[in-house]
Design a protein around this ligand. Structure first.
Ligand SMILES: Cc1cc2nc3c(=O)[nH]c(=O)nc-3n(C[C@H](O)[C@H](O)[C@H](O)COP(=O)(O)OP(=O)(O)OC[C@H]3O[C@@H](n4cnc5c(N)ncnc54)[C@H](O)[C@@H]3O)c2cc1C
Length: 437
């Protein structure tokens, strides 16, 4: 195992940095166990793509990205078992080659499985990614391995656990036979798409809405399962559409100084990149997951019960359209839908939810981005929950009000990690544990 001493850890978008004493690049479960058992304070990281300060900040760090083997397939059960540092895109390529899929995917393929699971990563029109786990092993604070299956009560706590109960080691996912989606995309006025959500969720297998703040428009993406041989009228729109992210970056370049210019930029972006329609087909992975991004960004995301979304949306829209409010928001705000589950720290615990993303296209100026504050105030007021991997201010006092299982999770965490080995300063504050001197 490679060890690096006294270095600087830097996150993907360079917004977070931490000094460390030792960094281990592990390749086996045994190495993972040894490092955890012999360290006092430790965090494990994957692709470092989280905006929240959850992946580093301890004197010992584990880089999981070389712990990345696909271990086995079970053809009868449609399961795949992998090491937790495997990159999501590699896992998806491997299961597509078998004719399988995981039916709900995030819009990123460069994250590690461990990082994605720990933070409750999700897509749209299905469950959180962690709900497809059938069994896994975690390395506890004393270095021992604990095997967990769907039959164990612990699974509901472990599925989304921010790496504070232990470090995920080997994971088995239940897949489904692959299917083809017929995707249709196009712009629609807010007053139309907002009222069609429930109807579309019934009618379509896939629904995602890219909301375009300050334009009164959304860009609606629907998908229907079809036979892969079905002919469709393919329409990929004008070729310049591929320059959307670069153009956005240029238009938003000075919006941290002149926030109001965002409203003009959004209208231009709407006309240039979101006013035409598209139609195509492909697997969920090939047709809907972004494969490359030219630049970094900073993200927040909030979630709310499906039943409350319209009210929260209207309130947010009114608030950000006030000239007194400096929350001019970059395009798009990604609206997705997740089915209810039983995982303690899942956004969808006990109810179907809507998730709403908020992006700052300039990672470097994200601290001045008022939109992150406005979305947090409004969603929290209505009982919304923040995405664990993204930017938010709420801590224990607020989170205990929105998570029914918050106190149970804290008790379990203390039992499994009595010396707070897995807590960094951010997580210590999040869970309101005592800071060590
Ligand atoms: C451009 C972009 C698009 C995104 N799209 C989506 C999306 O569509 N849906 C969505 O839900 N999220 C999305 N995210 C968020 C992303 O999925 C999370 O930030 C994810 O955690 C990143 O994985 P990572 O490998 O970079 O993890 P890291 O950022 O390195 O780590 C994240 C957390 O996981 C912990 N961790 C890592 N490995 C393990 C392990 N083996 N066991 C236990 N804990 C572990 C770390 O300690 C840390 O707390 C997006 C992020 C970006 C930057």
């Amino acid at each position: 195992m490679k060890q690096d001493k006294n270095g600087l850890w830097v996150s993907w978008n360079e917004n977070l940095t931490h000094n460390y004493k030792s960094l281990y690049k592990i390749t086996s479960e045994k190495e993972l166990q040894e490092v955890i058992a012999s360290s006092e304070k430790i965090r494990v990281f994957g692709s470092k793509q989280s905006s929240a300060d959850i992946a580093s900040g301890a004197e010992t760090l584990i880089d999981s990205t070389s712990y990345n083997k696909i271990l086995s397939f079970n053809d009868a059960e449609l399961t795949i078992t992998v090491q937790s540092g495997v990159i999501l895109g590699d896992l998806l390529e491997a299961i597509e080659a078998k004719g399988w899929c995981i039916p709900c995917l995030p819009d990123i393929n460069t994250v590690t499985i461990g990082g994605a699971l720990a933070t409750g990563t999700h897509g749209t029109s299905g469950n959180l990614l962690c709900e497809y786990i059938t069994n896994c092993s975690i390395i506890l604070a004393d270095g021992s391995v604990k095997e967990i299956t769907v039959k164990d009560e612990l699974i509901d706590a472990v599925r989304v656990s921010l790496g504070v109960l232990g470090v995920l080691s080997e994971i088995t996912f239940k897949c489904e036979p692959i299917y083809t989606l017929h995707i249709k995309e196009g712009p629609e006025a807010d007053k139309i798409w907002l009222h069609k959500i429930e109807e579309r969720l019934q009618k379509h297998d896939f629904l995602r809405i890219l909301w375009l703040p300050h334009t009164d428009k959304g860009y609606v993406i629907t998908g229907d399962k079809i036979n892969s041989n079905t002919d469709i009228k393919e329409n990929l729109g004008p070729t310049y559409l591929k320059h959307r992210r670069t153009t956005s970056k240029i238009l938003y370049k000075y919006t941290h100084i002149f926030p109001w210019f965002t409203a003009i930029a959004n209208k231009l972006l709407y006309r240039g990149f979101f006013s035409s329609t598209k139609e195509y087909k492909g697997s969920l992975y090939q047709a809907t997951v972004t494969k490359s991004r030219g630049s970094t960004l900073e993200l927040a995301e909030w979630t709310i019960g499906l039943d409350k979304f319209s009210e929260v949306f209207e309130e947010l829209k009114t608030e950000i359209n006030k000239w007194s409010n400096k929350s001019f928001i970059h395009i798009p705000m990604d609206i997705r839908f997740v089915h209810k589950d039983k995982s303690w720290l899942s956004y969808a615990y006990g109810k179907d939810i809507v998730t709403m993303g908020c992006v700052s296209r300039s990672a470097a100026t994200a601290d001045t981005y008022e939109a992150f504050k406005s979305i947090e105030n409004i969603f929290l007021k209505h009982g919304g929950k923040p995405h664990w991997a993204k930017r938010f201010m709420a801590k224990d006092a607020e989170l205990s009000k929105v998570y029914e299982k918050w106190d149970d999770f804290k008790l379990l965490r203390r039992k499994l990690d009595p010396t707070n080995k897995f807590l960094n300063p951010y997580l210590t504050e999040l869970f309101n544990e005592k800071q060590e001197n």
